[in-house]
Design a protein around this ligand. Sequence first.
Ligand SMILES: NC(=O)c1ccc[n+]([C@@H]2O[C@H](COP(=O)([O-])OP(=O)(O)OC[C@H]3O[C@@H](n4cnc5c(N)ncnc54)[C@H](O)[C@@H]3O)[C@@H](O)[C@H]2O)c1
Ligand SMILES: O=C(O)C[C@H](O)C(=O)O
Length: 324
Amino acid sequence: MKDPVRIAITGGAGQISYSLIFRIAAGDMLGPDQPVILQLLEIPQAMDALNGVVMEVNDCAFPLVQDIVASDDPNVAFKDADFALLVGARPRGPGMERKDLLEANAAIFSVQGKALNEYASRDVRVLVVGNPANTNALIASCNAPDLSPRQFTAMTRLDHNRALTQLAQKTGKRVTDVDSMIIWGNHSATQYPDLAHTKVDGKPAFDLVERDWYENDFIPTVQQRGAAIIKARGASSAASAASSAIDHMRDWALGTDGVVSMAIPSDGSYGIAEGIIYSYPVRCQNGDYEIVQGLEIDEFSRAKMQATEDELRQERAAVEHLLG
Ligand SMILES: NC(=O)c1ccc[n+]([C@@H]2O[C@H](COP(=O)([O-])OP(=O)(O)OC[C@H]3O[C@@H](n4cnc5c(N)ncnc54)[C@H](O)[C@@H]3O)[C@@H](O)[C@H]2O)c1
Ligand SMILES: O=C(O)C[C@H](O)C(=O)O
């Protein structure tokens, strides 16, 4: 049996965690031969609810779970963490944009960045799910100067997965037939789901779908999917967010043949200047990710990539005081 890894999950009593924790405990993230120690963080007012979640995890008798730590202290929850899934934050309600949460949630990520810097494993991989995820990840990273910025990522995998299904359904194929889906930019309504490089069953997506569907149906549907779910469910996406968080971490840690979307520190690739957490197409191997390079960008794509970059720069400007 392998040595256990420590997985910190914040917002342990929330909606997303109610799916996420159990799937990680079952081995969906790191495989059926990887024991885990779960380190769950909540705010003091939610500790009773968190203890209820711990009771349920125990009652599942998951063979992979070696220990569970439940705490309201980030320094305890992040101690020696190999993976940190930062989910705990306020969700938006109807009529709000994700950036409206910036003020309420930003402070959480500066505190947690400092705690990760001080207490987590030096190799910790961090995924920010709490919204606005890209800018919260930037805040956490800037408050963790002893860790590499590359260790801080934000989740656009849910957008990626949404886009896969939209295209598969439109073309009458399966999601596994779709290759090189790309989400560029922010996990927000300005994100750019790009089909210019996507293939379905080996054929360019643009040979199979109308331009009108792409511009006026596919792009807005993916951009607005979170709001559509809030309208339908009366609460923001939870099980699908948990599933995508697992996909993101699994591919990062264990690798994947395909192209996936991850929001990562911009490094100048594709003309996106440094200083923001921007979603790029990446390939994951040997526990690391690399941006897919060399894709041709036409004028339509360039304008959309620029718009979402502009929004991220505005979000950054609004939290400059928290960037350390
Ligand atoms: N990136 C994405 O694709 C994506 C998808 C879905 C939801 N989200 C976001 O994820 C976040 C969580 O969503 P949810 O539906 O689970 O919300 P929720 O309100 O059900 O749960 C959030 C939990 O976080 C806890 N929390 C708040 N502050 C905390 C802190 N400082 N430390 C630890 N825990 C804290 C709360 O007590 C609560 O239990 C929201 O911001 C939501 O918008 C992101
Ligand atoms: O849309 C939201 O506010 C929740 C989440 O970010 C989503 O995309 O479902």
